[in-house]
Design a protein around this ligand. Structure first.
Ligand code: ADP
Ligand code: ADP
Length: 227
């Protein structure tokens, strides 16, 4: 489902250049549950941004569901993001003036789906994360764990093939983190492909595969261990 072939990402800052990813090869299959680990500055966010089609590699090829997305322009990438990818962030990124239902329905606006159908799908998605009774609440009326559930519902509302989560438990206490990880676990068991970035080994332990990034390279991949 995900194939990276010799993917490099170089950032240019004035005169200097920085190689944030150095010829990365990575294959992730459908319904895998993967943790990306590594120290700060190792390239995890850069890798997530590429996987999520928020940015393009400087060189190398990225195939997502068989399509080469590495040569797409910004409009094409935006379309692939909207159709194929659900994002969850550390800081939730919910719109404070909108109801929970409208937050979750938002990604469907860009697909030209009518209002009542958007609301039906958003309600379904909120029920899936256990928040069917909070549709009319504002995000600031919810706990951190509930807000992250709203963000997960929003990520899933368009039925993305890939769910990407960047430090999804970074702002949550340990008990709430466990609840969110239990939710990801359930989604994975339902067939969802999940890739999450974390620097916490406890969180990575929930995943079925861990990929460690160091200095822009894959330093360790548990899928490559010989049994
Ligand atoms: P991580 O997520 O593992 O902390 P990042 O992918 O954010 O690592 O960053 C990897 C390296 O690339 C860091 O040295 C960072 O400073 C650099 N970097 C990331 N994004 C940019 C950017 N937009 N411009 C320049 N350098 C960047
Ligand atoms: P996170 O804490 O989620 O890993 P970062 O703080 O590493 O996020 O980066 C936040 C954003 O800033 C990212 O989009 C990253 O690409 C960008 N960034 C990181 N380092 C630099 C840098 N040195 N110069 C410019 N942008 C950067």
């Amino acid at each position: 489902m995900i194939e990276l072939h010799a993917v490099s990402k170089r950032y240019r800052m004035g005169e200097t250049e920085f190689l944030a990813l150095d010829s990365v090869d990575l294959t992730i299959g459908r319904n895998e549950y993967v943790a990306l680990l590594g120290p700060s500055g190792s390239g995890k966010s850069t890798l997530m941004n590429l996987l999520g089609c928020l940015d393009s590699p400087t060189s190398g090829r990225y195939l997502l569901n068989g399509r080469d997305v590495s040569t797409m322009n910004d409009d094409e990438l935006a379309r692939v993001r909207n159709r194929e990818i659900g994002f969850v962030f550390q800081s939730f990124h919910l719109l404070p003036r909108m109801s929970v239902l409208d937050n979750v329905a938002q990604p469907l606006v860009y697909r030209g789906i009518g209002r009542s159908e958007r609301e039906r799908l958003a309600q379904q998605s909120l029920e899936r994360v256990g928040l069917g009774d909070k549709l009319r609440h504002r995000p600031n009326q919810l706990s951190g764990g509930q807000r992250q559930r709203v963000a997960v519902a929003r990520a899933l509302v368009g039925r993305p093939s890939l769910l990407l989560a960047d430090e999804p438990t970074g702002n949550l206490d340990s008990r709430t983190s466990e609840e969110i990880m239990a939710l990801f676990d359930e989604l994975h068991r339902d067939g969802q492909t999940v890739v999450l970035v974390t620097h916490e080994p406890d969180i990575a332990a929930y995943c079925h595969r861990s990929v460690r990034v160091n200095d822009g390279r894959i330093a360790h991949d548990s899928a490559r261990e010989t049994a």
